[in-house]
Design a protein around this ligand. Structure first.
Ligand SMILES: *Cc1c(COP(=O)(O)O)cnc(C)c1O
Length: 417
């Protein structure tokens, strides 16, 4: 079975597991900063820990943080757990990013920061965002921080400019489902030296060195990833996952408990072994992005005429963490393709303000686009390492099943909304 995603790991990463270097985390930070043309990079155990620490280190508390309604829920968790309030903004159906006109209207005297997410690798219009923020700062007389959430958008550019370098900080996630991985992990980058100093000091004071047992768990986890994502074994792995709790940790990136919380190791320092793997991945980063861009182009060229499917746009400067399609009957489509040996992803199958944990807050509005996407999106395997045979097989399965309108509506069954 072709898995919905797969980390791009080779022999180098296994080699990295046995190299011992106490300076690995510092080296990873240095090379990460260089790769993304930032002055400073600071490593964390998760991306969410980086965001939470930014709020703590800058003393941002009791303010509103503007963020998209359709994004990874851990961003909202970090905002709430740091004593702030998320202020959600709906997305556009064009590229799934925040609607900037709604951002302009959402800003008020309590706004402390804006999380500008570049979802699925699509660059948000950072020129317009900067202009909106500068205007608002003048009007309200206080700083509004710009946080670039680049967890999906490694290297994404808006008009030639790296989006991670505009604004105050950028966040990156580094678990095995991200563009590059350090097993787990997250990174904060900034060009503001005083801010970097503060964040680093906060982390060094309050984050703990994990025990040896965590090092061993990470080692086993990474070694298990190799066979687990093998095309020949993946069907078995999926069965084990559904029938037993053995592998929950491996293929489920997030446990979406209806509860606002962080994992227990969220205040651990990054392990040297994670940084070693991250360093190897950084070396492959350009190749990974190039392959993802090429795969996205391939799908767009071959699937543009499937009735009722809305393909994602091809955008200059996008780095395509995922290739996300809106379809009329997501479950039906997923089942049909699973039978034909391809697993589709349902990456963000929730709209954050609609989640049970967020029901207790009254946001005073609906987020119809976010809700709609939470119900209709699938993503096709786009990973680096997907070969021609696999790509062709995915495309021909889709074409055979769905290119003909009569067939597709018969399978879809349910009426369309
Ligand atoms: C993955 C991700 C993060 C960070 O997630 P962690 O699991 O905490 O590393 C942040 N924002 C988005 C949009 C993400 O997809």
């Amino acid at each position: 079975m072709i898995p919905r995603f797969k980390p791009y790991l080779g022999r180098e990463e296994i080699g990295a597991l046995v190299q011992y270097d106490v300076e690995a985390v510092a080296r990873f930070e240095g090379e990460f900063a260089q790769t993304f043309e930032a002055q400073h990079a600071i490593a964390f155990p998760y991306g969410r820990s980086a965001l939470w620490t930014f709020f703590k280190a800058t003393g941002l508390e009791g303010v509103e943080i503007i963020m998209p309604a359709y994004t990874c829920v851990v961003v909202a968790h970090a905002i709430i757990l740091s004593g702030n309030t998320p202020r959600f903004v709906d997305i556009t159906l064009y590229d799934y990013n925040m609607d900037l006109d709604q951002v302009r209207m959402a800003i008020n005297e309590r706004t402390g920061a804006i999380v500008a997410t570049h979802l699925f690798g699509y660059p948000l219009d950072i020129d317009k965002l900067t202009e909106i923020v500068q205007e608002a700062e003048k009007h309200y007389g206080h700083k509004i921080w710009i946080i670039q959430d680049c967890a999906h958008a490694f290297g994404a550019r808006w008009k030639e400019q790296l989006v991670c370098n505009v604004g105050d900080i950028a966040l990156f996630g580094l678990n095995i489902s991200k563009t590059i991985t350090s097993i787990f992990g997250g990174m904060l980058t900034t060009n503001d030296s005083a801010l970097a100093e503060k964040v680093r000091k906060w982390r060094d004071t309050y984050f703990m060195q994990p025990r040896v047992s965590k090092f061993i768990r990470r080692l086993i986890y990474l070694l298990a990833v190799y066979p687990a994502f093998d095309e020949k074994l993946y069907g078995l792995v999926q069965w084990l996952q559904h029938a037993t709790p053995l592998l929950n940790h491996l293929t489920k990136a997030y446990h979406l408990d209806e509860k606002i919380h962080f994992p227990p190791d969220c205040m651990d320092k990054m392990l040297a072994v994670e940084a070693q793997v991250g360093l190897k991945q950084l070396g492959k980063y350009l190749d990974i992005v190039r392959q993802k861009q090429e795969n996205a182009r391939y799908y767009s060229e071959h699937l543009g005429d499937i009735p009722d499917w809305v393909l994602p746009p091809l955008v200059a400067g996008a780095t395509y963490s995922h290739y996300v399609v809106r379809v009329p009957n997501r479950e039906g489509v997923s089942q049909v393709l699973l039978r034909r040996g391809t697993q589709l992803g349902q990456l963000i199958e929730y709209s954050v303000p609609h989640m049970a944990a967020y029901n207790q807050y009254d946001f005073g509005q609906d987020f119809p686009n976010s809700y709609m996407c939470s119900q209709t999106t699938i993503n096709l395997p786009l990973y680096a390492g997907l070969n021609n045979r696999q790509r062709e097989r995915i495309v021909s399965s889709i074409r055979e099943e769905f290119a003909d309108k009569c067939v597709s509506s018969a399978i879809a069954g349910r009426p369309k909304q």
